[in-house]
Design a protein. Structure first.
Length: 63
């Protein structure tokens, strides 16, 4: 009976480790093209830039 518990616990631990380590990696790998498309869209449309092109719409304050 102890052997079965050890096997079940080890399988559970391996499953949790796989989900923990590969889950975020797969999410970032799949999100890359979508993020690139959003950046390219913002660059093409000029979002967050001023209309005259000389000064950004956001005023940055140096501290």
């Amino acid at each position: 009976m102890t052997v079965e518990y050890i096997l079940l616990i080890s399988l559970f631990v391996l499953f949790v480790m796989k989900v923990t380590y590969l889950g975020p990696a797969n999410a970032f790998r799949n999100a890359g093209p979508k993020l690139g498309a959003r950046v390219e869209k913002h660059l093409i449309t000029g979002e967050r830039f001023s209309s005259d092109g000389s000064k950004p719409a956001t005023d940055w304050v140096e501290k």
